[in-house]
Design a binder for this molecule. Structure first.
Ligand code: ADP
Ligand code: MG
Length: 451
């Protein structure tokens, strides 16, 4: 989030000013409603306090979605307590050298945020900034190649960089299991436990594979408890939500649901383009927007395939000594000219229109949906309207919060998860939402891609 604030600042102030005053600002902590930043020295601190606090607050409000006080600290004010903690830590026990197993290429910086992954991303950032304190466990689920491993490892890389005294371990469920089997065979279970039950951040990828593995479930249950009780962070990913993982003991399923469950959806058209653009830059591939749009039209869900297509395209262009153009894409995918580039618009609906449609369906008034009454029917309508603003309209959480007169966008996040759950559990509600989506589609005159 802070990176985003910096980017906004960059747009707002002249480059030399940005470089002198803002570039080296670092986030120290978010405590309640106070954002603590570290300034390079006294001059920077005083200059910013005198001239830029309002602008900083405004941008922080927009990106964090809530009002925050900003406190600027000097390096000596920041590093002293930290140093003390470090010493304490080292005195208590010599830090063990555990292998983190992280791939440094998975960072928040190169994770493209779009409507489909914004929720999971925000949750991951919150966890990375406050391991053990924000959401525990964080459970991220979604289809293949949608960025679960990337986000999870980004948490690990972030913690390692910002809090080097913390130990982070990434493992797949499969290697956790294999390690356990090996430990049982070699009679080194104590070491195994020592390793997994003493980390500060444990990242376990593809936990759905624990299904049916009884011994591993028992061991993981105890690992989970040990870490959770000690306030350590646990992050899990899966291709489905806990309730859909078969043959999982209730006590584990139950624990997986203790913290926050965040889904990642397939990326929308604009996000696919943004990812392709980022990848093209990283790989130094010169490619036209039209070509990117065509690829994004053909590949709809798997981001790994999206990236793969670009690399293949480059190879093919070199091999056949041809330019990278639409022709080349069409020949690579073996498709004719009938597939047209998709039209990205969804800006053709407003939150007000969504509210209107929901009100009609529920037979309530706009005043009622905008009020803060907790009457069951109205509260439900309000939450559904929030959900549709997010899932159908692709609006950002802060925007939706503002449209519903809430000053805290976690209310909206809450509504979205709640309705998602309700949809799964309650056939009637699911039906109502399907009907609402149908009406909204009519309203925007949804056009399908010809194939
Ligand atoms: P999953 O674990 O969900 O199957 P991965 O995290 O392995 O998916 O992602 C597949 C590939 O797509 C990786 O190379 C990853 O870096 C990339 N990727 C996924 N989501 C994004 C994103 N939002 N921005 C940039 N790259 C992404
Ligand atoms: Mg993965």
């Amino acid at each position: 989030l802070w990176e985003r604030c910096l980017n906004e600042l960059k747009k707002k102030v002249k480059p030399h000013l940005f470089k002198t005053w803002f570039k080296e600002l670092k986030v120290i902590s978010v405590e309640g409603n106070t954002l603590k930043l570290k300034a390079k020295d006294r001059i920077v601190k005083e200059y910013l306090e005198k001239n830029y606090l309002p602008l900083l607050k405004e941008i922080v409000f927009r990106e964090f979605g809530r009002h925050m006080e900003i406190e600027l600290l000097l390096p000596e004010e920041v590093s002293k307590p930290l140093q003390l903690e470090l010493n304490l830590f080292q005195n208590k026990e010599k830090k063990k050298n555990v292998e983190s197993n992280l791939n440094p290429k998975y960072t928040f910086e190169n994770f493209v945020v779009g409507a489909s992954n914004q929720f999971a991303h925000a949750a991951a950032v919150a966890v990375a900034e406050n391991p053990g304190k924000a959401y525990n466990p964080l459970f991220i689920y979604g289809g293949v190649g949608l960025g679960k491993t990337h986000l999870m490892q980004a948490i690990g890389n972030y913690v390692k960089k910002k809090m080097p005294e913390k130990t982070v371990v990434y493992t797949t469920t499969e290697s956790f299991m294999n390690e356990l089997i090996e430990a049982l065979r070699k009679d080194t279970v104590t070491e195994f436990r020592e390793k997994y039950r003493t980390v500060d951040v444990l990242l376990v990828d593809d936990i759905q594979f624990i299904s049916g593995k009884d011994r591993t479930q028992i061991e993981f249950f105890h690992t989970f408890n040990a870490l959770y009780d000690a306030g350590k962070q646990i992050v899990l990913t899966s291709d489905r939500p806990p309730k859909d993982i078969p043959t999982l003991t209730d006590r584990l399923r139950n624990r997986f649901e203790w913290g926050l469950i965040a889904d990642i959806q397939p990326p929308d058209f604009e996000t696919r383009i943004a990812i392709l653009r980022r990848k093209a830059e990283a790989e130094k591939i010169e490619v036209d927007d039209n070509v990117l749009k065509l690829i994004a039209t053909i590949i709809k869900s798997n981001i790994r395939q999206l990236e793969g297509a670009l690399i293949k395209l480059k190879a093919k262009a070199i091999l056949e000594n041809r330019p990278i153009d639409e022709e080349l894409v069409r020949s690579m995918f073996g498709i004719g000219s009938s597939v047209k580039v998709e039209n990205p618009s969804r800006s053709d609906i407003s939150i007000d229109e969504i509210k209107q449609v929901v009100c009609e369906m529920f037979g309530i008034t706009l005043e009622q949906i905008d009020s803060s009454t907790r009457k069951k029917q109205i509260a439900l309508a309000r939450q559904i309207a929030m959900y549709l603003s997010r899932k159908f309209g692709n609006f950002s959480f802060p925007k939706i919060a503002a449209a519903f007169h809430k000053n805290d966008h976690t209310t909206v996040m809450h509504a979205v998860t709640k309705i998602e759950e309700l949809r799964n559990e309650n056939e009637e509600i699911n039906h109502i939402i399907l009907e609402l989506e149908k009406r909204l589609n009519l309203l925007v005159g949804e056009v399908k891609v010809e194939e």
